[in-house]
Design a protein around this ligand. Sequence first.
Ligand code: SAH
Length: 302
Amino acid sequence: MSELKEPEKRPLSTSPVPPSPPKKRARTDQSDNDSSRQHYDLPDEISYRALADKYAELKPYLVTESSQRSTIDFKDPDAVRVLNQALLSVYFDLRIHLPSNSLCPTIANRLNYIKWLSTNIIPDLVHGPLTGLDIGTGASCIYPLLGARYLPQCKFVGTDINEESVAIASQNVDQNELHSRIKVFLNTDRLTTLPLDAVDFPLPDVDVEGSRFAFCMCNPPFYENINERLRLRQMKREAPSLNTIAKDDELYTEGGEERFLSRLVDESVVCAKRIKWYTTMVGKKNTLALLKTKLRGAGAKQ
Ligand code: SAH
């Protein structure tokens, strides 16, 4: 278990085919046309006090700033966990168990990736329903859960190498009655990012233009080891404002995110069109440069 500040990450995407010109948001599912469908999103501004009125477990963690404003102590992992549960419950109708030893996902940051997919990837996929693959879904199963709410035309398969995380992720899916839209798979080979041919891999029951998955997404473990983490932390001018608690599997991977994502590129060449759009978060600028060169070498057009 370790503490650190999460780096800013930017999504990177590639596809074996260039994307179509920008279109208006695709209408891919009947529920998309249903104006009565609830719109799940975070508000532009969040009042912690108003949130605590709707989610009472947050009340003990409120810190009064003024007669008008309250906040929470972002250095207190329990306060951050309950805040995340409150946001998920009030704005996304999701009840999730976030274990105290696991990464506590920042909801706005995770939602941004889902919104980025919605703007940049989904419009290129006009035939629904769609299935996305979340590589390293974590105990929270955050991307599939948020995705199930924000992208009503999507189903998800989430993978992870950590047995405990897979068990809790599956519970989170079940307690939200989303098992018809989300499957969680234990990847027993940590040197594989796309275990599409593994025994019992839950292949989605939809096929998008010959691809089994419409897209993959990933928030990789990005450090090689604790030394790299400490070295990068020292390079930051400001002290972390948020303490992140995480399991080692969530932070460290042999060779760091460079090797993890490099492997994803290699595997994408083999899996090619079984996934239409390959996307991932990238933590370090150096990795981005390395991946761009590698992708060009692999013949990625976009
Ligand atoms: N998606 C979650 C967790 C990200 S942490 C979130 O955004 O909060 C990275 C996750 O990748 C960890 O849960 C780790 O166990 C998992 N992981 C590491 N190697 C993996 C591999 N080869 N295949 C699938 N998951 C892997």
